[in-house]
Design a protein around this ligand. Structure first.
Ligand code: XIL
Length: 325
């Protein structure tokens, strides 16, 4: 095959990218079979303080573009402490209103929605974040989890609501939980990845409402799963719970001087793609942008193309991915 999109389709998964309405160049739908709005579906763009919708034109444009080009859409994202905009500090009931409005606006045009994004703390504590909306969690009996009767859990409640909306609408939309630093079973230097384990417990507990898990896969200065080769095993254990797994925001730092990411970017991309291909329920890979210069972390040169404004050149990493697919 001569494009990532075609090669991935043949291999039975999607290969996509994040993009924005000002970057709907031909290469987008030629090379990529899936689209995630990089910013246009975030609450700070589309949510009002009462959970209504506003400013959906960018999101609409992306969904329409995807539809007319046969691309799968991952909606991103409903409940998140960052870029929360008018929803910052909102109650669960307002979040539920927003969840309903957003899911209903696009229905089955959105194949996957990130319902909850980045709900776990940094530094491998295995705890929930304490920033809103996670401060709404209440551990009634103090046993350290949010899974008991009497506990309130923004993750559980948001998924219950989302599932209810999807079922009422008869949509085919699947509901995902998404996070970073959850890619490996172990962390750099050894020891368990408690953040990944916490995510695993959440998915295991609520799997009746959760259809898919996104490992963001921003592999930068603290690479663990690539070096330790345990990405595949971690994907596998989530798959064994019955959920689909996506590598949902991939970029891989090519700067070997400030980290120990190992063999070089193209080989690291190969390893990441291979880990997904080796697990049947790893159903998609999304890179977080097309070109290094238009990336949120452009200095890391973590993507598959260079260049700008639609004039993109393929990097070694591109050819490695195409070959591996
Ligand atoms: C980033 C976008 O790429 C930037 O353009 C924006 O300024 C900030 O957000 N995890 C996520 C994504 O889930 O939504 C973030 O996207 C990158 C980290």
């Amino acid at each position: 095959e001569t494009t990532l999109r075609a090669a991935a389709a043949k291999a039975g998964l999607f290969f996509g990218t994040a993009s924005s309405p000002n970057r709907l160049y031909p290469i987008l739908s030629q090379e990529f079979g899936q689209l995630t709005p990089e910013n246009d579906m975030k609450p700070d763009r589309i949510a009002t303080s009462s959970g209504g919708l506003q400013n959906t034109s960018g999101a609409d444009q992306l969904v329409n573009h995807a539809q007319s080009n046969g691309m799968v859409v991952r909606g991103h994202t409903l409940v998140w402490h960052s870029q929360a905009g008018a929803l910052q500090g909102a109650s669960q009931s307002t979040l539920n209103t927003f969840i309903g409005n957003a899911i209903n606006r696009w229905g089955s045009k959105i194949a996957y929605w990130d319902v909850v994004n980045e709900s776990l703390e940094d530094n491998n504590t295995g705890r929930r974040r304490n920033q809103w909306p996670h401060t709404m969690n209440r551990d009634a009996n103090g046993d350290g989890d949010f899974f008991d009767a009497g506990d309130t859990d923004v993750i559980r409640d948001s998924f219950i609501r989302a599932k209810q909306v999807v079922q009422a609408g008869g949509y085919s939309t699947k509901l995902c939980i998404n996070d970073y630093d959850v890619e490996g079973l172990t962390v750099k230097g050894g020891g368990p990845n408690r953040k990944a384990n916490a995510l695993y417990d959440i998915v295991r507990t609520y799997r009746q409402y959760i259809d898919c898990v996104g490992f963001q896969s921003h592999f930068n200065d603290n690479p663990n799963s690539i070096i330790s080769n345990d990405l595949q095993a971690n994907i596998q254990r989530f798959a064994d719970l019955g959920v689909e797994v996506h590598l949902s925001e991939v970029d891989i730092d090519d700067d070997l001087s400030n980290n120990d990411i190992g063999a070089g970017q193209a080989d690291n991309y190969r390893k990441v793609v291979r880990a997904c291909l080796n697990v049947a329920k790893c159903t998609g890979i999304t890179v977080w942008g097309i070109s290094d210069s238009e990336s949120w972390r452009s200095s890391e040169r973590g993507l598959l193309f260079t260049g700008g404004n639609g004039n993109y050149q393929k990097k070694a990493a591109y050819y490695a991915v195409l070959d591996e697919l």
